[in-house]
Design a protein around this ligand. Structure first.
Ligand code: NAG
Ligand code: NAG
Ligand code: NAG
Length: 303
């Protein structure tokens, strides 16, 4: 009897006092606060397709093409922004920093970046290039920007069209954890539906016997003001969506279960995640192999 126990520890570390060029995370090397904006009508960048995840998948690829007809440099880079509106209209003034000598022009850090020559080694000579980014659905739209000046003195030259996932709010990323008792499992997932918009639920049962239960779920979220300070409150903030948790109880030991997370909308229609499976825990003391995986502080980006 072999049961893999996945313990997900979501440890929320507050990121206080982080300096602009702290390199504990590749994205934190980007000097967002010192970005200048020199939009250049001759520089262009565009993203295709406009709609991602048309088959309901939450991961998809986008192709970026860009052109800088003169002065293309090896230090030019492409930043991915989500939400797509990232100009100073969305700046949250950071009152916790006293005697501020300037206000930043860019108040959202990119969620990913890559040098323009990454997939186009001839970029500097050809003055144009393209690359692919793998994006995950985190319920917001995306825009792409071409910068010069490397990541240390970024100069924003051009911004792309806006693209988005087709099913942005749909329930996604279910994760399982052991409940308080041996025969309970908790299911947590994320969606874009708050409690006023839809009721979260799980449909589940033994896979072979086809019994089917429906359990409701709780909904939680957090905001900038729950963070200790910048950059978590400012350039590093990204809306976490709504986090739903349901408790599946009175499970049989060592039994394969199916489950499907979903939401009952106001108009009585349902939206569903894809069907998934798990094997329930063994009865305590039964002869079995247990594996424990502990992880935490995963951040909110995909690198
Ligand atoms: C691409 O750009 C990076 C960053 O400026 C540089 O280190 C690298 O040498 C460049 N590669 C090519 C093939 O030019
Ligand atoms: C920010 O971008 C939006 C959409 O492109 C635009 O309507 C708005 O005027 C911009 N605001 C500033 C301050 O640049
Ligand atoms: C219910 O509302 C959702 C979201 O507004 C919509 O996509 C769906 O088509 C509606 N379903 C019905 C049966 O009206």
């Amino acid at each position: 009897m072999d049961w893999n126990l996945w313990i997900s520890c979501f440890l929320m570390f507050c990121m206080t006092g982080m300096k602009a060029l702290d390199i504990h995370q590749p994205l934190s090397m980007i000097n967002t606060a010192r970005t200048s904006i020199v939009l250049d009508p001759f520089v262009s960048i565009s993203a295709a397709p406009d709609l991602l995840g048309l088959q309901g998948q939450h991961v998809d690829f986008v192709t970026i093409t860009f052109k800088r007809p003169y002065r293309a440099a090896a230090t030019d880079w492409i930043g991915v922004f989500s939400p797509a509106i990232f100009n100073s209209s969305v700046c949250v003034q950071d009152k916790t920093v006293p005697n501020r000598d300037f206000y930043p022009l860019l108040c959202t850090a990119p969620i990913k970046y890559q040098y323009a020559n990454f997939s186009s080694p001839g970029y500097v000579e050809d003055c144009e290039g393209s690359m692919k980014f793998r994006l995950i659905n985190q319920r917001a739209d995306f825009a792409f920007a071409l910068f010069s000046g490397d990541i240390y003195q970024p100069v924003l030259l051009a911004v792309s069209n806006i693209i988005t996932f087709a099913y942005r709010k749909f329930p996604a990323y279910p994760r399982l954890a052991l409940g308080k008792l041996w025969n309970e499992v908790t299911i947590t997932w994320t969606s874009g539906y708050d409690l006023l918009e839809a009721t979260p639920l799980v449909v589940w049962g033994r896979q072979l016997k086809k019994d089917e239960f429906m359990s409701g779920a709780g909904t939680l979220s957090f905001t900038e003001s729950d963070m200790c300070g910048p950059p978590a409150r400012t350039v590093g903030w990204r809306n976490p969506g709504y986090i739903h948790t349901s408790y599946l109880k009175n499970l049989w030991a060592n039994t394969k279960y199916f489950y499907r997370v979903g939401h009952l909308l106001q108009n009585e229609s349902y939206v569903w995640g894809t069907e998934q499976f798990f094997s329930s825990p063994p009865y305590p003391g039964e002869d079995s192999v247990q594996r424990v995986l502990i992880f935490g502080d995963m951040g909110k980006v995909s690198l």
